[in-house]
Design a protein around this ligand. Structure first.
Ligand SMILES: Cc1cc2nc3c(=O)[nH]c(=O)nc-3n(C[C@H](O)[C@H](O)[C@H](O)COP(=O)(O)O)c2cc1C
Length: 160
């Protein structure tokens, strides 16, 4: 039986939005901003894929998950964390600790970063906490990175 899937995203600088768009294309489902998803739209969904950026260790979709905990009960949730940290250094279990429903699947997606394009607050944070990133611009978001997420969603195995 085909699952009803919704992809929702929260993105400041575009990487999570691009991943959400690629997923929606491949899964033939909508991709919408997580803040815009109304309870009635969520009601008919079996699988919710959330794609959000990680900023100072915090996942952009986390607060929405907490607020909507009752609406998410009984649904399959797939969390995609998008960030700059090299995959081998990422602690997915720690990220999953951010208010995700138990049993949610979690995946890491490499994101782009461009210091020059950051908003003032984010520039300030980077100046304070990550001086190594001053002036840095890297492009890491790539559709191919979604292979494990698609394999999981299409039932070919739960690679995390
Ligand atoms: C203020 C700030 C803090 C960040 N903190 C982290 C972090 O803790 N871990 C990480 O992997 N990436 C971090 N990043 C990089 C972003 O996660 C990365 O740029 C990602 O692509 C952002 O997603 P978006 O393009 O959907 O907004 C940070 C970026 C900014 C601007």
């Amino acid at each position: 039986m085909t699952k009803t899937i919704l992809v929702a995203y929260r993105s400041h600088y575009g990487s999570s939005r691009r991943y959400a768009g690629w997923l929606a294309e491949r899964l033939h489902c909508p991709a919408v901003e997580w803040d815009q998803v109304r309870p009635e739209a969520l009601a008919g969904v079996q699988t919710l894929v959330l794609v959000g950026g990680v900023y100072a260790g915090c996942w952009s979709c986390a607060s929405g998950v907490k607020k909507r905990a009752a609406q998410l009960a009984g649904k399959e949730v797939v969390a995609c964390f998008c960030g700059l940290t090299p995959r081998e250094e990422v602690d997915l279990n720690a990220l999953k600790g951010q208010d995700l429903p138990s049993g949610a699947a979690a995946f890491w997606l490499p994101g782009d970063f461009d210091f020059a394009a950051l908003g003032l607050v984010h520039k300030g944070l980077i100046r304070l906490a990550r001086r190594d990133l001053l002036g840095v611009a890297v492009r890491r978001a790539d559709e191919g990175e979604l292979a494990p997420v698609l394999a999981y969603l299409q039932g070919a195995g739960a690679q995390r």
